[in-house]
Ligand binder design. Sequence first.
Ligand code: SF4
Ligand code: SF4
Length: 403
Amino acid sequence: MATRTIAAIRTAAVEANDFDALLGALKHQGYQVKGPVLRDSAVVYDDLGSTDEMPIGWVDVPEPARYRLTRRDERSLFGYTVGANPWKAILHPPDVRLWSAVRDAGGFHLVTESGPDAPLALVGVRACDLAALNLLDRVLLGGSHADPIYAARRSRALIVAVNCTRAGSTCFCASMGTGPAVGPGADLVITELLRSREHRLIVSVESERGAEVMEAVPHEPARDTDIVQAKTLVDRAKREAGPHRVNMTGMRELLLNSLESPCWDDVAARCLTCGNCTNVCPTCFCTSVHDTTDVHGAHAERTRVADSCFTMAYSYATGGSVRYSPSARCRQWLVHKFATWVDQFGSPGCVGCGRCLTWCPVGIDVTQVLGRIRRSSQGRPAVECDMPANAGRKEVSDANAPG
Ligand code: SF4
Ligand code: SF4
């Protein structure tokens, strides 16, 4: 394929066989590459060395309380929707030492922690997940107390985003206005085109850093037909991505006026308060700190760990938990996500990725809960949202389980 300077091309076409050249260029430029790999029968984001490690030909079939991978007769690199783990696990680590101290003859000495040596390249970031990173930026970098751990990772991170050309049954980015087309903040945006005799990646160059990477990747200008097909596929995905799944009109006021709704008790009757939903949510950011010392008092350290509003300890204050009942904790999570987050950060805290539906062991579907609260507030019968019969299953449809 002829190579022309990327500065002259805003939208390039790269043969799928050359995707390794893009990964190689990232590594050559000093990035630590993270991307989709197969592990434990799921697509997860982790160290990505080469295309061979990607979930080639696999698509995810997420449902409430159920996750399934199925094989497609395709060579797709990005056929899945979102990884099981959110990108926050890399940028806002769930377990990080803040400081440690050692005591010697001269007294106590603080040992400072260093950030990652290499900048990160995040490959395969979906529209909803990029919107989630933009939200986390407001939470963790906005205001007068920026989080230095997140800032060290995020400020140098290069984003290779991917437009969705199919949506999972749990996706509702179209309701939340976050996808499936990638919004602002990416360095490169890929749309994968699979034709009978052609497999190419249409790459939109969105930044200087993205252009520098593309200089080392064989490419040619995208054809008009490529660009039209890419748009058609993303438009189709938008129709699949739950555009009417959540009615966000007046949602903040609805929830704030429904704090005493009986729906919270109904949800809590099924909720295990396990916190899985907050673990997988790409925007949940709550943490706690733990201090430990050795028995001799010669070593001490403070560790920050991910926490959840579903634990009693998280709201512990002066002798008891403020949110003692499961009902209060369910309400806290949803009212914060869809109402008071707007007051704090200017938009809802949900991007419609659907992970909380998939990984809730009892299949609680936040979109159903919100619909139920709306119907209940209008005096209409609340439709039951029962636990799916297949709750809690993770499986692959191929005997050769990946990962
Ligand atoms: S909603 Fe589901 S995932 Fe979240 S705490 Fe309750 S049972 Fe766990
Ligand atoms: S609340 Fe659920 S659907 Fe919304 S961003 Fe969090 S995990 Fe995704």
